[in-house]
Write a protein that binds this ligand. Sequence first.
Ligand SMILES: Cc1ncc(COP(=O)(O)O)c(C=O)c1O
Length: 364
Amino acid sequence: MPRPILATIHTAALSHNLARVRAAAPDARVWAVVKANAYGHGIERVFEGLRSADGFALLDLDEAQRLRALDWRGPILLLEGCFEARDLELCSRLGLWHVIHCNEQIDMLAAHKTERPQRVFLKMNSGMNRLGFAPERYRAAWTRLNALPQVQEISLMTHFSDADGPKGVTAQLQRFDAVTHDLPGERTLSNSAATLRHGAALAARSDWIRPGIAVYGSAPDFPAHSAADWGLQPTMTLASRIIGVQQLVAGDTVGYGSSFSADGPMRIGVVACGYADGYPRHCSTGTPVLVGGVRTRMVGRVSMDMITVDLTALPDAAMGAAVTLWGQSPDGALLPIDEVAQAGDTVGYELMCAVAQRVPFAVV
Ligand SMILES: Cc1ncc(COP(=O)(O)O)c(C=O)c1O
């Protein structure tokens, strides 16, 4: 029998969340962001739930090819554009739209021989200082692109660094508007946090929105808001079972480094899930976990293949009891991935992306 760990992808929740972000930007078209193999969910596994998206945004050409193999004929946007000249061949062949964030990419495009002019998204670095042209260089880049026979249409793009926090989007938006106000072309600015928190302010520049994490049912601004606050549903459940039970007395310790010791009599359940499955090793005593749908806590250190949980208040939880590491328990109780991520000093994004290859997946 295989280890009892399983990751389940919830198709209806993906569709629900997509509709939820659409409602926050009703006049926009929606790129469902499926980079990093759909935030760890698997492109093929999420496709059905997200097929009502207007387009898919991602980074890797092989992921774009996988979408085309699923017979997706609509728009696909390469969020970081092309990495080398021959990528442009594939853009032509697969009809991919791509971001232009630097002069080297314009040079590659200018040298590209194609019958088919391409649609590009010109990215401004409006303050995040990752990818994009500085505001004072943006118009020159636009003019250069506009003169190329290889370019069919130029859309305008930037990305916010602080849409999820108190700094917000105002300063970056002002920089973007100051440079682009009279340029033609569609605009795409908003990730999940910008869509949910600043939708009204951004509506006029939201021909396309680019939500990722909200589509996967995690709050972009946790703990200020929870996924439930935003009306989002978990799209991934990581579940396992109790594979061992220990009875402790006061002073007994649990796991490597004896980091947890019992104050009194305790029952401990051993769960088939560890950091080699993608469970965050930084989680420590107190991290929430559901056993039989009831919330309890992890105790001690996460080891490679197992964690240990407190069953003292759950006398009926025995060998084989269902454990929910995050997501939805079989009886419908919820454990938000954001709470587990917070206990591991990380974010829901990382947990989703880190589910290990050895974990089997199911789609419901
Ligand atoms: C350019 C770009 N757009 C959109 C997104 C989606 O962001 P989120 O998952 O926070 O909605 C990302 C993700 O990092 C991104 O890099």
